[in-house]
Design a protein around this ligand. Structure first.
Ligand code: NAP
Length: 343
C-alpha cells in the first residue's frame, strides 16, 4: 500500500514541500487547493528553483475543499497543514474533521507559536508534528511556485503533556522520523528530526527574527530587513526585541538554547549583508491588503510568556500598535466597500 500524504493549503510553502515529498517511491501526494484550484487541476504545479531546476508536478489527487478530500475516503498517513496561521480569523483544525483517522499524523508547517494547540485539543488521540522552515517561496501566479532560496526544515513531535512517558512518545517519534525521511529522500538535505523541546526552541528562535523584523518593516513604512539592520537606531530596536525573545524563551520552555543558535548580534550582522532586497512576509501581506499572522508571531508568544509570569514589553508594543493598525485598515476597507467617506 502506498503512503498517502495530503497537503491542506497548497500555496507557496505547501506546494514546494509537497512536490519534493512526491519524489518518493510508493507515496501518493494529494492537495487541497482554494483560489489556485482551477489552475492546478488543469495543469498541475510549475516549480521554478535555482537549486532543483524547473519542473512540473501533478498531485495524485487535487481537491477543491476539505469536504471533497473527505469524500475520497482515503485513509491519510499524513495531513500536512500549510495554510497561513490566522487563528483570529478561522480555526482551520475544524476543517480537518473527518480527515484525521487513527493512523494519521497532522504536520503543521507554519510560522509562529502555539499553532499546535487547536489541533491537539481537537484531535487528542492523533500525532501532531510541528515543523519550522526557513525556506523562501512565493506563488506569483496560481500554480506557479517560485522557490527562492534555502530549504531547512525542522520537524518534531508536539506533546501537550509537559512530561509524556516513553510509551506516549514512541509512536509520534517514529512518525516524525518517517516524515523527515520523506523530505530527505525528496532532496531536502537539511530536513532535521527534533525532539519536542528542541523544536519549540527552534520556533522561539525564529520568532526572535520574525517578531522583530516583520512588524518593524510594516511600522517603519515598508523597509527591507537589510535597510532596518543598517540603520543605527532601528538596529538597536531590532536587537532589543530579539534579545527580549531569546532571554524569555528558555524560561518558558524550561530548557536553554543548545549551542549553535545564532545570537541577536550574529543575526543582525548577516542581515546587514543580505542585499536581495526581499521584504518580510508580514510586509508583503500588509502591502497586499491581506491579514497578517499577528496572533501566532506576536500575540501567542506574549501570552505563553505571560502564562509563566514573564512580560515582553518591546513585543507587546509592536503587537498593540500593529493590531490596531490592522483593525483600522479593515474598518476603512469595510467603509470603502459601503461607499462611505474616509473614517
Ligand atoms: N512563503 C514562505 O517563504 C514561508 C517561509 C517560511 C514559513 N512560511 C509559513 O508557511 C505558512 C504558509 O505560508 P505561505 O507563504 O505558503 O502562504 P500562502 O502562499 O498564502 O499559502 C497558503 C495556502 O493555503 C490556502 N488556504 C488557506 N485556507 C484554506 C482553506 N480553508 N482551504 C483550502 N486552502 C486554503 C491558501 O489559499 P488562498 O490562496 O485561496 O488564500 C493558500 O494557497 C505560513 O505560516 C508562513 O508564515 C512561509
Amino acid at each position: 500500500m502506498p503512503l498517502e500524504v495530503l497537503f491542506f493549503g497548497a500555496g507557496a510553502i505547501g506546494a514546494f514541500y509537497a512536490s519534493r515529498v512526491a519524489r518518493n517511491a510508493n507515496t501518493n501526494v494529494s492537495v487541497v487547493c482554494r483560489s489556485n484550484y482551477s489552475a492546478v487541476k488543469a495543469s498541475g504545479f510549475q516549480i521554478t528553483s535555482s537549486q532543483y531546476g524547473d519542473y512540473n508536478w501533478t498531485p495524485t489527487r487535487t481537491f477543491n475543499s476539505p469536504e471533497s478530500a473527505r469524500k475520497s475516503g482515503v485513509n491519510w498517513d499524513f495531513v500536512v497543514v500549510s495554510t497561513k496561521a490566522l487563528p483570529n480569523v478561522s480555526d482551520d483544525s475544524k476543517l480537518l474533521e473527518g480527515l484525521v483517522g487513527p493512523k494519521t499524523a497532522v504536520v503543521l508547517i507554519q510560522n509562529g507559536l502555539g499553532v499546535e494547540r487547536p489541533y491537539s485539543q481537537r484531535f487528542p488521540q492523533a500525532t501532531i508534528l510541528s515543523a519550522v522552515t526557513i525556506a523562501s517561496c512565493a506563488q506569483p501566479s496560481n500554480g506557479h511556485i517560485k522557490h527562492n532560496r534555502w530549504t531547512r526544515i525542522n520537524v518534531g513531535p508536539y506533546f501537550s503533556d509537559s512530561s509524556p512517558s516513553a510509551e506516549v512518545k514512541a509512536k509520534p517519534t517514529a512518525q516524525n522520523q518517517t516524515f523527515v525521511d520523506l523530505l530527505l529522500k525528496g532532496g531536502i538535505k537539511d530536513a532535521i528530526a527534533d525532539t519536542h523541546e528542541k523544536l519549540q526552541l527552534v520556533r522561539w528562535h525564529k520568532i526572535a527574527i520574525n517578531a522583530s523584523m516583520n512588524p518593524s518593516a510594516v511600522l517603519s513604512g515598508g523597509s527591507t530587513n537589510e535597510a532596518m539592520s543598517n540603520d543605527p537606531e532601528l538596529s538597536r530596536h531590532l536587537q532589543g526585541v530579539m534579545e527580549e525573545v531569546l532571554t524569555t524563551a528558555p524560561k518558558v520552555v524550561g530548557k536553554p538554547f543548545p549551542a549553535g543558535f545564532a545570537t541577536a548580534e550574529q543575526i543582525l550582522r548577516s542581515t546587514r549583508k543580505n542585499t536581495s532586497g526581499s521584504k518580510p512576509s508580514m510586509l508583503l501581506d500588509w502591502e497586499g491588503g491581506k491579514l497578517m499572522e499577528l496572533e501566532v508571531i506576536l500575540g501567542n508568544p506574549i501570552r505563553l510568556a505571560r502564562e509563566k509570569g514573564y512580560e515582553m514589553p518591546r513585543m507587546q508594543t509592536l503587537y498593540a500598535l500593529l493590531k490596531m493598525a490592522e483593525k483600522n485598515r479593515e474598518a476603512q476597507k469595510q467603509n470603502d466597500a459601503k461607499g462611505g467617506s474616509k473614517l
